[in-house]
Ligand binder design. Structure first.
Ligand SMILES: [Zn+2]
Length: 152
């Protein structure tokens, strides 16, 4: 599947399976939030971010309304290993909003802004709003030019 946003021009390509897998992880941690990283690559023309896989955060603290992860040494070496073996790298993050929708919070905004100041210029944040019955909605959010653009 491909989502696009005319203001940014960047397309996001992903497999719907990604959402099924993340929903399963979401349920395991219910009613707390949970999250991790999105790994993949950019197309040669840089117009598409292709999400290839996800990993769950190795070190984090969470609650029903918060999720905070730490990129520790173990995480860094995992990223390095995956890059060596599969040629894919960090593209962004994902986390869940239990019993809620996929709108980003002020905390989410600040976190994404901080990431954008690093090596990744247009980090992607996938938020999944869900409850025990299923995914309520999900959105890809991209930080670009001091703003967050939502892909729905
Ligand atoms: Zn959030």
């Amino acid at each position: 599947m491909i989502k696009s946003n005319s203001k940014i021009g960047l397309e996001i390509e992903y497999n719907h399976n990604l959402l099924n897998e993340l929903y399963k992880i979401a349920l395991i941690h219910y009613p707390n939030e949970i999250g991790g990283y999105l790994l993949g690559k950019y197309s040669e023309d840089k117009k598409t971010a292709i999400i290839v896989k996800h990993i769950s955060a190795l070190e984090y603290s969470n609650s029903p309304v918060s999720f905070k992860h730490v990129v520790n040494e173990e995480t860094k070496s995992l990223f390095f290993k995956i890059f060596e073996e599969e040629g894919i790298h960090y593209i962004g993050e994902w986390h869940t909003h239990p019993n809620s929708n996929s709108s980003y919070s002020q905390t989410d905004f600040n976190a994404l802004k901080k990431i954008a100041q690093g090596d990744i210029e247009t980090p992607v944040l996938l938020i999944i709003g869900f409850d025990k019955k299923g995914i309520i909605d999900y959105s890809f959010n991209v930080f670009f030019n001091k703003k967050i653009y939502k892909y729905e």
